[in-house]
Design a binder for this molecule. Structure first.
Ligand SMILES: [Zn+2]
Length: 359
């Protein structure tokens, strides 16, 4: 009798062990998750309250939209939120890229002293934004690229602080393609409405390849720099291209913010290729959305939008559900990554790369 009971227990645990290799959508709530690329630009707390409900930690990244006042405002919102939700909200700092004095010692000293105060206040990273490469220019009109030697003192300073850079350099490759060749609707709609940012129409600007090359040069010059490439490192269109950089630069990781539809698009063509990529680079991928609270939306709408996005993304990575996306035509199947890979993507990698400590 006893032997039979033991056998029965073994069989049951073998069956449940087999089933529990993967999460389901019911596990969404119970697993700790981190949205490693968010923007809290409001004191209302709607974003944070939804994060608490859905078991999410938020990393809000400040961005230099070429406006020093806005940079200060974002920092104030970050400090407020991180103070109110300790251990649940973290923030990355940035600096206003003032081209006055560019190339002088004074320029880098000013930036470093600004960052020093943000970092001693608790910032966990420094964001470099696409204004580097796409907006800021030298006096002679030449674009300032990410590998410019005049940026080096700032990069060396960030390395000395042992902090990562959150680097959004360049744009999706679609930005350099004609509208009818763009792979996802979000891009074609956006660039149709904002032709001033559609680089296909502006060949006088640096090319897509120039942006990627400058970022790669920066990584090559600073092998000890921890670099979290926002938006799949602007290599969202091809997991093989991204894999080449991850192989070449061991201190490179990427967040997926606002680019999961590009992974879904690729997996609608070849699911195994994307799934194998996620498994092979499971230590280098950080979940993130780029969702923001600008203080304009009401609490109910905001909460629903955030929750639906998070849950939909969870289903894509954790389950094998058949899904559709507003971004492109056709169906695709969830990647159903093993539990340990889902945990890494949804929290453990952010904890490690952003050094969040015990959360
Ligand atoms: Zn962002």
């Amino acid at each position: 009798m006893r032997i039979r009971i033991v056998y029965f227990i073994l069989v049951i645990s073998a069956i449940s062990g087999c089933q529990s290799k993967y999460f389901t959508d019911k596990d969404f709530q119970s697993v700790l998750k981190i949205d490693s690329h968010a923007h809290i630009n409001s004191a209302k707390g709607f974003f944070e309250e939804q994060a608490l409900k859905d078991n999410f930690i938020l990393i809000t990244l400040n961005v230099d939209h070429s406006d020093s006042v806005a940079v200060k405002q974002q920092l104030d919102f970050s400090l407020l939120s991180a103070g109110k939700y300790p251990g649940k909200v973290f923030y990355g700092a940035t600096f206003y890229f003032d081209t006055v004095g560019w190339g002088t010692d004074g320029w880098s000293k000013k930036v470093i002293s600004h960052l020093d105060s943000d970092i001693s206040g608790g910032a966990i990273s420094v964001k470099l934004w696409k204004n580097i490469g796409m907006t800021v220019r030298e006096r002679n009109g030449k674009f300032i690229m990410a590998d410019d030697p005049a940026l080096e003192p700032v990069i060396d300073y960030i390395i000395s602080k042992n902090l990562p850079v959150s680097g959004h350099l360049g744009e999706p490759r679609n930005c350099w393609l004609p509208l009818n060749e763009m792979t996802v609707r979000g891009d074609s709609n956006y660039f149709a409405q904002n032709p001033q940012y559609h680089m296909f129409l502006h060949p006088e600007y640096p090319s897509y390849e120039d942006q990627i090359k400058a970022r790669d040069n920066l990584l090559e010059k600073h092998p000890s720099l921890k670099f979290i490439g926002c938006h799949l490192g602007s290599l969202e269109w091809n997991v093989d291209e991204l894999a080449k950089r991850l192989d070449k630069f061991p201190n490179l990781a990427v967040d997926m913010a606002a680019r999961i539809s590009h992974l879904q698009y690729q997996s609608s063509k070849d699911r195994t290729r994307v799934r194998d990529f996620c498994i092979k680079y499971q230590d280098r991928l950080l979940y993130g959305t780029d969702l923001s609270d600008e203080g304009n939306d009401d609490a109910v709408n905001m909460a629903k939008g955030i929750h639906d996005t998070w849950l939909q993304d969870w289903r894509y990575f954790a389950t094998k559900d058949e899904m559709t996306s507003g971004a492109f035509k056709g169906k695709f199947e969830g990647l159903q990554l093993p539990k340990e890979v889902v945990r890494k993507i949804f929290s453990e990698n952010a904890i490690k790369w952003y050094k969040l400590g015990k959360v």
